[in-house]
Design a protein around this ligand. Structure first.
Ligand code: RB5
Length: 158
C-alpha cells in the first residue's frame, strides 16, 4: 500500500483536514505530521520533516499544504531526492507525475477550493511516471544534486 506523509502549516490546515476526510477511504496509508490547528506556525518545520522522510524512503509520497503551496515547495526542494511540485490545476497534476515523477505535491489552502484540491490529489496519486526521455531529464537533475553536494564537501574540507 502506498505510504503518504502529509503536513501543513496554519494556512493549509483547513485544506489538509478536508483532504484527509475525503480521501481516507482510498487504499493509501496516511500519516499526518501536523500542524494540528490554525495557530500560526513556521511552514519549513513541516516541509523539512515530510521531505526528509520521503527522501529516506520511509514514505512513498508526500503532500504539503500551506497558504500558497509555495513556501512548502521551496523548502522541500532543498532536500536531495525531492521533486516537489506546486499544483493548482488538473493538467499539471497529471503532467508533473508523468514527466517529473514528483514525489511531493504542494497546494495552497488560500488558492484552491477543496473540490479542486481533491481532484488534483486523486490524479496526482494515480498517475504513473512515464519514464523514457523523462527519466533522462531527471538523471540530469540528480547529477546537479550530486555536483552541489560534492562541491559542498570540497568546500568544507578547505
Ligand atoms: C503563512 O502566512 C504563509 O506565508 C504560508 O502559509 C505560505 O503561504 C508560505 O509560502
Amino acid at each position: 500500500m502506498m505510504r503518504i506523509a502529509i503536513g501543513s502549516d496554519h494556512g493549509g490546515y483547513g485544506l489538509k483536514q478536508e483532504l484527509l476526510a475525503r480521501l481516507k477511504d482510498l487504499p493509501y496509508e496516511w500519516t499526518d505530521f501536523g500542524c494540528d490547528s490554525e495557530e500560526s506556525v513556521d511552514y519549513p518545520d513541516y516541509a523539512i520533516e515530510v521531505a526528509q522522510r520521503v527522501a529516506a524512503g520511509e514514505f512513498d509520497r508526500g503532500i504539503l499544504l500551506c497558504g500558497t503551496g509555495l513556501g512548502m515547495a521551496i523548502t522541500a526542494n532543498k532536500v536531495p531526492g525531492i521533486r516537489a511540485a506546486t499544483v493548482h490545476d488538473t493538467f499539471s497534476a497529471q503532467a508533473t507525475r508523468a514527466h517529473n515523477d514528483s514525489n511531493i505535491l504542494t497546494m495552497g489552502g488560500r488558492v484552491v477550493e477543496p473540490d479542486r484540491a481533491e481532484q488534483i490529489t486523486r490524479i496526482w496519486l494515480e498517475t504513473p511516471f512515464e519514464g523514457g526521455r523523462h527519466a533522462r531529464r531527471l538523471k540530469k537533475i540528480e547529477m546537479l544534486e550530486h555536483a552541489v553536494m560534492d562541491s559542498k564537501k570540497a568546500g568544507s574540507a578547505l
